[in-house]
Ligand binder design. Structure first.
Ligand code: CMC
Length: 431
C-alpha cells in the first residue's frame, strides 16, 4: 500500500473525518475509505465502480485521456511491435522482461503443458454441436478443477505457479477443441515444435487428412491479437476473477468466472457484435442511418467497437489493430475487403461527429479485430473465445498478485437499500 502524507476531510452532520490520500506511481490520487463505515457509519455509493479503486496493482496502467496502455511500464505499441505474446505473458506474470534463458525455460514449460487430460474430451462431447464455444469454454475450464487436483491449493506457491502455466498453456487447446467440436471435425492435438500462435492456428484449421502449414504472417498477426488483449487492468472480467478468488476459490473456477463475464457484448463479446454490425450495415451508404440510431436516446442500439469506460481518446490497441488489418488483408489478397471499407468509413464519420466527439467515443480494440479474425477464417463465434485465450494471462497475473497481497479480503460490496422495510407475512388466503 502507498504511504499517505495527505488527508481528505469529510464532514457529515458537523463531524469531520480525515481520510488518507495515497499517491500512485501513475494516475490520479485515491482516497482510502476502508475505515469510513467503522468511524462514521456511512457507506459510499458507486454503481459500476466509476470512481472506486478496489486494489493495489503493479501490473497494467491505462491513461485513458492520453490513450496510453502500459504493461509493467512498457507501452503496448512497443510490445506489439518488438515483443511477442509469451514474452508479454512472462512480463505480466513475473514483473520483468525475461533474459534469453528465462524465456526459453518459460516457453518450454508452457509448450509442455498444452495437452489436456484425455478424459476431458468427454466434456466436449456432452455439449450440443451448436453450443457457443464460450459456453463450452466456461464449462470445460471450470471442470479443470476436477482434473488437476495437484494445482488447486491456493496457499501453496508452487501449485499456484503450476495452475498459472496450465491455464495459459491449455486455453488455446480448449478454445480450438470447442471450435472443432462445433463444426464436427476431429480434435487436433497440439504440437511442441510450433510457437504459441502457430500451434493455435494449426489446432483450429488442420485436419488429419492433410498437412497444414502455418503462414508465418498469419501467425504473427495472431500473436499480435493475443498480445494486444493480454491484460487491461481492473476491467469487468478481471474484477470478476479477483472477486471469485477473494473467497478462496480455486484458480480454474476463478478463470471460468472471468470467461463468463467476458462473454457479454459490452465487454469481450463486442468483437463478435461489431462484425455482425458491420455486416448488417452492408454498404457505406447505410452508415448515416446507423450513426443516427446510435445517437437516438430512444434506440438501444450502440456502435459496437466504439467507446470505453477508461479511454476517452483513441484506444492504442485499436491503432495497432487497424494497421494489422491492412497487413493481413493485403497478404490474403483481400485488401478491398468490403467490411474493412465500411469500418474505415464508419470510423471517419463517427470521429468527426459532434455526438461522438462530445462523449469522447473512439474505436476500441474490438473495432478492427473481428475483420482480421474473419479474414483468417474464424467464424464470429470464435472471436470472444480468442479474446479469452489472450486475456487468460492477465486474469492469472492479477489473481496471483491478489493472493500475494497481505491486504486481501473477501470482496463484499455494500448497497443502498431502497426496498420495503420490515412488514408481517400475510397468509395466502388474505392477499
Ligand atoms: N455508441 C453510442 N453511444 C455510446 C456508445 C456507443 N458505442 N458508448 C457509449 N455511448 C454513450 C452512452 O449512450 C452515454 O450517453 P449519455 O451520457 O447521453 O447517456 C455515454 O456515451 C456514456 O456511456 P456509458 O454507457 O455511460 O459508458 P460506460 O463507461 O458505462 O460504457 C462501454 C463503456 C464500452 C460499455 C460502452 O462504450 C459501450 O457499450 N460500447 C459498445 C460495446 C463495446 O465496444 N465494448 C468493448 C469495450 S473494449 C473491449 C473490452 O474491454 O472488452
Amino acid at each position: 500500500m502507498a504511504h499517505s502524507t495527505r488527508t481528505a476531510s469529510l464532514t457529515i452532520d458537523g463531524k469531520t473525518y480525515e481520510l488518507p490520500i495515497y499517491s500512485p506511481t501513475a494516475g490520479p490520487d485515491v482516497i482510502d475509505i476502508t475505515k469510513l463505515y467503522a468511524q462514521a457509519g456511512v457507506f459510499t455509493h458507486d454503481p459500476g465502480f466509476t470512481s472506486t479503486s478496489a486494489c493495489d496493482s503493479a501490473i497494467t496502467f491505462i491513461d485513458g485521456d492520453k490513450g496510453e496502455l502500459m504493461h509493467r511500464g512498457y507501452p503496448i505499441d512497443q510490445l506489439a511491435e518488438k515483443s511477442h505474446y509469451l514474452e508479454v505473458c512472462y512480463l505480466l506474470l513475473y514483473g520483468e522482461l525475461p533474459s534469453a534463458a528465462e524465456l526459453e525455460t518459460f516457453e518450454t514449460t508452457i509448450t509442455r503443458h498444452t495437452m489436456i487430460h484425455e478424459q476431458m474430451h468427454n466434456f466436449f462431447r456432452g455439449f450440443r454441436r451448436d453450443a457457443h464455444p464460450m459456453a463450452t469454454m466456461v464449462g470445460v475450464v471450470g471442470a479443470m478443477s476436477a482434473f488437476y487436483h495437484d494445482s488447486t491449493d491456493i496457499t501453496d506457491e508452487r501449485q499456484r505457479e503450476i495452475a498459472s502455466h496450465r491455464l495459459i498453456a491449455k486455453m488455446p487447446t480448449i478454445a480450438a477443441m470447442a471450435y472443432k467440436y462445433s463444426i464436427g471435425q476431429p480434435f487436433v492435438y497440439p504440437r511442441n515444435d510450433l510457437d504459441y500462435a502457430s500451434n493455435f492456428l494449426r489446432m483450429c484449421f488442420a485436419v488429419p487428412a492433410e498437412e497444414y502449414v502455418v503462414d508465418p504472417i498469419l501467425a504473427r498477426a495472431m500473436d499480435r491479437i493475443f498480445t494486444l488483449h493480454a491484460d487491461h487492468e481492473q476491467n469487468a472480467s478481471t474484477s470478476t476473477v479477483r472477486l471469485a478468488s477473494s473467497s478462496g476459490a480455486n484458480p480454474f473456477a476463478c478463470i471460468a468466472a472471468g470467461i463468463a463475464c467476458l462473454w457479454g457484448p459490452a465487454h469481450g463479446g463486442a468483437n463478435q457484435a461489431c462484425l455482425e454490425m458491420l455486416k448488417e450495415i452492408g454498404h457505406p451508404d447505410r452508415i448515416p442511418e446507423f450513426i443516427a440510431r446510435a445517437k437516438d436516446k430512444n434506440d438501444p442500439f450502440r456502435l459496437m467497437g466504439f467507446g470505453h469506460r477508461v479511454y476517452k481518446n483513441f484506444d492504442p490497441r485499436a491503432t495497432v489493430m487497424k494497421k494489422s488489418a491492412d497487413e493481413v488483408l493485403d497478404l490474403l489478397g483481400v485488401e478491398n475487403n468490403p467490411l474493412l471499407q465500411i469500418a474505415k468509413e464508419l470510423e471517419r464519420i463517427a470521429v468527426n461527429d459532434d455526438y461522438f466527439i462530445e462523449k469522447k467515443l473512439f474505436p476500441n480494440v474490438d473495432f478492427y479485430s473481428g475483420i482480421i479474425l474473419e479474414a483468417m477464417g474464424f467464424p464470429t463465434s470464435m472471436f470472444t473465445p480468442i479474446f479469452a485465450v489472450s486475456r487468460t494471462v492477465g486474469w492469472i497475473s492479477q489473481w496471483k498478485e491478489q493472493l500475494a497481497d497481505p491486504a486481501m479480503k473477501i470482496g463484499r460490496p455494500r448497497q443502498l437499500y431502497m426496498g420495503a422495510t420490515a412488514r408481517d407475512y400475510v397468509e395466502i388466503e388474505n392477499r
